[in-house]
Write a protein that binds this ligand. Sequence first.
Ligand SMILES: Cc1cc2nc3c(=O)[nH]c(=O)nc-3n(C[C@H](O)[C@H](O)[C@H](O)COP(=O)(O)O)c2cc1C
Length: 343
Amino acid sequence: MTSSAFLADEPATLPGWRFSVAPMMDWTDRHCRAFHRALSGRARLYTEMVTTGAVLHGPRERLLGFSAVEHPVAVQLGGSDPGDLAQSARIAAEFGYDEINLNVGCPSDRVQEGRFGACLMREPALVGECVAAMKAAVSVPVTVKCRIGVDDQDPEAALDALTDAVVSAGVDGLIVHARKAWLKGLSPKENRDVPPLDYGRAARLKQARPDLPLAVNGGLRTMDEMRARLAEVDGVMVGRAAYMEPALLLSVDPVLYGVAAPAADPFVAVATFEPYIAGVLQSGERLHAVTRHMLGLFNGRPGARAFRRHLSTHGMRAEADLDTLRTAVGLVSRERGDAREAA
Ligand SMILES: Cc1cc2nc3c(=O)[nH]c(=O)nc-3n(C[C@H](O)[C@H](O)[C@H](O)COP(=O)(O)O)c2cc1C
């Protein structure tokens, strides 16, 4: 398939949805997202999950504040009370988010106690009410990120029931993490690896619902794997691979959108990102708040380990500045090396 075939059917309602970086707690904070934007101008970026309780009662600017460079950027909400979700969605939309996403995939105990996240796969009618309430509150797209089922649910019936409910409520898109969550006995980390992936289930849903913008998530690491999925669905969402190997993002714009990347290589990306980091330092935050997300940038090149080590030790210090980063970058060879030797 030629690249233009991928470009033809970008879902009209969700620009930039062909590729997105997944919401990841503690990882995709605003500095991470700004860094990812230096590597892809087109990727849609998601916040960490923010609970409705935090949005309604917490420090809003700290939780929801973001920089204009991040657009298109989506906020992910966690909750299951339609009224609270509507209010939180309205607040997030006022902050300028381009999309409001509801978490129906997180399996942690804390989230289960709050009766939201993946356990909502068992309550499609309630998820429909939540989506309807959010849709009524905002004009930006409202999407849902879900699993294909939980525990002993039949993925065919469970995902169909959830889809029916959210489509009736007017959802603008669905992101399917293509594996079940096992709510008892597995940690959240195990729940990202142990239940088997089933991309076929997402593909069947797209066939049954051609009008519903559908993105698939889970286990995607290479552009070839993403292209294979994009032959079946409208979008791919990538989590760990994007975070651990951020240079992957440099291929997103040329390969999936047919436009040039914002930077020719990781070295240029760091240079263009410097003014953002300077602003962060000026606001009193430490270098590490930004560079902790950059540690994997040079993986595969000789000097990658020295880069990581320099930033991990020196970047934490209160006096660390752009020179600390430049010194770390200077330890990396500009020649591509053997990944094994560089790891
Ligand atoms: C550190 C970490 C935190 C995560 N936090 C969230 C979250 O807040 N909300 C969510 O929907 N998924 C969360 N996830 C799951 C990812 O969004 C994604 O569904 C999962 O990692 C599978 O995609 P991947 O194989 O591309 O990483 C998290 C994953 C990781 C690794």
